[in-house]
Design a binder for this molecule. Structure first.
Ligand code: GDP
Ligand code: MG
Length: 324
């Protein structure tokens, strides 16, 4: 009988490299919103891949970045903690542009995590094979860092190669700094938007999962509460329609869910922003409402409210209330 594999995979990477786009492509539905602006994903979102032979839960994380606000700090904590208790780590960089300090931090952290996984696996084997030394690795093989170089549709073959080499140099330098044996790495050139390379990445991920049960019912693609999902849709539709200065000032939260009536609050930081979100004669808000309703089950009655809460990104009490 073939084994059923299951496990959790963290997808980490600097903001905007395409983590959410990749998870959506893998899962096949929109579980996480994407946008050309950094820091669109504010807390962990899970995408569940169901196959006949496996179930893999992808934890899409907020991008790691240098925090400037209390919100930024919480987002970083959330991304870092997602590395605990996973069965594999996918570190993502983009083929466009150079490998920057943010990428280096992501690669270093992921490598460290993979090393810790290897140590835990060794220990496990020693415990179970006491006397006859460490045994062979399980069917999932040695813990390996899976590096995805995304957006290969935007550069030529040479560009991808150069980037792969730059990343492997960073990882090698990292190994030396840590003074340990090199972390096993596998590379996957991918285009999350066109789907190129995604299937082989998925196969590699599945083959690295331990034997295990389904954690979620088949057919369930995300464990995001519906309310959270609707709030995120509202924010996504707004981001498509407002100017550059606004995105970071917007937070959305569903305050009432009495199906079919759903009330969603849009938080901004200044009065001037409130006007922008509402639009001329309420036009922007109306468009957003229509666009979101189209993506909700039939019959939804969505009410949108805009509220000013000064400096909410910097206030711990606001963040608590918003659930960050
Ligand atoms: P995240 O912050 O890492 O979750 O990044 P997102 O998934 O939100 O993607 C950021 C931006 O990059 C969006 O505009 C995506 O459409 C775009 N993007 C993601 N993957 C690709 C890709 O493979 N090719 C191209 N050309 N754009 C991509
Ligand atoms: Mg994202």
């Amino acid at each position: 009988m073939t084994v059923f594999r299951s496990g959790f995979v963290a997808v980490v990477g600097r903001p905007n490299v395409g983590k959410s786009t990749l998870v959506n492509a893998i899962v096949g539905t929109k579980v996480s919103i994407t946008s050309p602006r950094p820091n669109t994903t504010r807390s962990q979102v899970r995408g569940v891949l169901n196959r006949a032979d496996a179930q893999v839960v992808f934890v899409d994380t907020p991008g790691l970045h240098k925090p400037r606000t209390a919100l930024g700090e919480r987002m970083n904590e959330s991304a870092t903690s997602s590395l605990d208790d996973v069965d594999a780590v996918v570190a993502m960089v983009e083929a466009t542009g150079a490998v920057g300090p943010g990428d280096r931090m992501v690669l270093a952290q992921s490598a460290r995590r993979v090393r810790a996984m290897a140590r835990a696996a060794d220990l496990e084997r020693e415990l179970h094979h006491r006397g006859d030394g460490p045994g062979a690795p399980g069917p999932e093989g040695e813990p390996t860092l899976l590096v995805v170089v995304n957006k290969i549709d935007r550069v030529g073959g040479d560009g991808v190669l150069t980037h792969l080499m730059a990343v492997s140099d960073v990882i090698a330098a990292n190994d030396q700094d840590d003074g340990r044996s090199p972390v096993p790495v596998e590379y996957f050139p991918v285009s999350a938007t066109s789907g190129e390379g995604v299937a082989s990445l998925v196969d590699a991920v599945v083959s690295r999962m331990p034997e295990g049960p389904r954690y979620y019912p088949e057919g369930m693609v995300t464990d995001v509460a519906e309310a959270f999902w609707v709030a995120d849709l509202v924010r996504e539709e707004l981001l498509h329609r407002v100017q550059d200065e606004l995105p970071h000032s917007i937070a959305c939260r569903v305050t009432e869910w009495e199906w079919p009536r759903v009330r969603c609050e849009i938080l901004v930081e200044r009065d001037s922003q409130k006007g922008i979100v509402i639009g001329k004669g309420g036009a922007t808000l109306k468009e957003v409402g229509t666009a979101v309703r189209r993506q909700m089950p039939d019959g939804a009655y969505l009410e949108l409210f805009v509220r000013v809460e000064k400096r909410w990104q910097h206030r711990e009490d606001s963040l608590d209330r918003l659930g960050f």
